[in-house]
Design a protein around this ligand. Structure first.
Ligand code: SF4
Length: 404
């Protein structure tokens, strides 16, 4: 019988920690966990025997554990995972694709999610009751998701209702990159979840059900999507959770069509229009492709904008000899460059900055949770409470409905 060994809560990530793994030498090679602990960020504690294991020892251990577990376990890997982890993934994709896969994989009893905390929560919500979701390192959160905590969003929601006094309906939309509690709040209040691939359809859905949108937690995806749909910036306001009433006047809230939560992705806001200009100076024929979590000016200067799946598909399908300057996470860009040797693929940011939270899934943690399963122990199981799950599921189902 499998027993759950640890159910620790996720450790919030700070902006300072986000740059802990930035390097100027371009080297993303995995070191022993002992070496990587020196980066000075918070890692989840792990038995000491995993600290000094070499890549070869980890490889052998993972192969042995997987052999013993067979089809009982499946490994999902997000595109932003490091090469030394993604190589173990049975399925790789962005958060949307992986959440759908988690719902469809029925054979595996355990889903080991090599990604970040909100993704594992989503997998737990969508998977069946007899499946368990495991996050190898509980310190793998997401700084953007942490920017919208439930208490602050509830305050915002109450403030808006009292200002509107029943005149006008607000539909909450939350980006997939948010906690289960925020997804649940949206489900309970007539809203839905979206991803970077279907945010425009979520807006369309929202306009059919209300007069205003509260978009959480990424102001940039919200702004870029609303602009794409023809909404003027004069009709958008930004809600600052650290100020009373979001630092907005009642009149500003009443007049607005879109209320953007003041959150952002620390990885994607590193990209600048100057980097795009430099890339075009070097090669006027370069194609610039960026993620919609980038700031508006970067999105407007780019040739193509889309989700990680979109970026991957565009570059894989591009003719040989083309050049691509990419505005997304470095592990994904490096992989695309390696898999497309007939094209020039490079990251727009000259400093190598992996997503620090994704990077915390070190292969030693994967080995730890797999060996736990072999021993009948469920380490780092992610379990969303039943009530939160029901409302979050409602919001996710509305998203899956508009994506068909
Ligand atoms: S890339 Fe940004 S949004 Fe994605 S997990 Fe990392 S911090 Fe969160």
């Amino acid at each position: 019988m499998t027993m759950t060994l640890s159910r620790q809560t996720v450790i919030p990530i700070t902006e300072l920690e986000q740059s802990a793994f930035c390097r100027s030498d371009g080297n993303l090679r995995t070191q022993t966990l002992e070496e990587e602990f020196k980066a000075g960020v918070r890692w989840q504690k792990i038995p000491t025997r995993y600290m000094k294991l070499s890549p070869e020892e980890i490889d052998a251990g993972i192969a042995e554990a997987r052999e013993a577990l067979g089809e009982q376990v499946i490994l999902l890997g997000h595109h932003y995972q490091r090469e030394d982890v993604i190589k173990y993934a049975d399925i790789r994709g962005d958060s949307y694709l992986l959440s759908k896969q988690a719902a469809e994989v029925k054979e595996a009893r355990a889903i080991v999610f090599c990604g970040v905390h909100f993704m594992a929560e989503t997998a737990d919500i969508l998977s069946s009751d007899d499946q368990s979701v495991i996050l190898p390192n509980m310190a793998a959160g997401c700084s953007m998701a942490d920017m919208a905590n439930l208490e602050e969003v509830e305050d915002c929601w109450d403030d808006m209702q009292s200002v509107l006094e029943g005149q006008g309906t607000v539909v909450p939309i939350t980006y997939m990159n948010s906690t289960a509690a925020i997804k649940s709040l949206c489900g309970e209040n007539g809203g839905l979840v979206c991803t970077s691939s279907n945010a425009d359809r979520a807006f369309e859905w929202a306009w059919r059900h209300g007069d205003k949108v509260l978009f959480l937690p990424d102001q940039h995806l919200g702004r870029n999507t609303a602009k794409k749909m023809g909404i003027s910036e004069d009709d958008m306001v930004v809600w600052n959770p650290f100020k009373p009433m979001g630092s907005l006047s009642p009149e500003q809230v009443r007049r607005s069509k879109v209320i953007l939560w003041q959150g952002h992705c620390s990885v994607h806001t590193r990209f600048t229009t100057k980097q795009i200009e430099d890339a075009r100076l070097d090669n006027p024929d370069v194609n610039i492709i960026v993620h919609p979590e980038c700031v508006k000016e970067v999105v407007e200067s780019a040739d193509y904008v889309g989700s990680t799946e979109y970026i991957q598909n565009m570059i894989n399908a591009a003719p040989a000899g083309t050049a691509w300057g990419v505005g997304t996470e470095i592990n994904m860009v490096s992989r695309l460059a390696k898999e497309n040797p007939d094209k020039e693929v490079f990251c727009l940011d000259p400093v190598v900055c992996p997503c620090a939270t994704m990077y915390r899934i070190h292969p030693a943690y994967v080995l730890w949770v797999l060996e736990g399963l072999v021993a009948g122990l469920m380490i780092n199981r992610i379990e969303v409470p039943a009530e939160t799950k029901a409302n979050a599921r409602l919001a996710l189902d509305r998203m899956l409905e508009i994506s068909r």
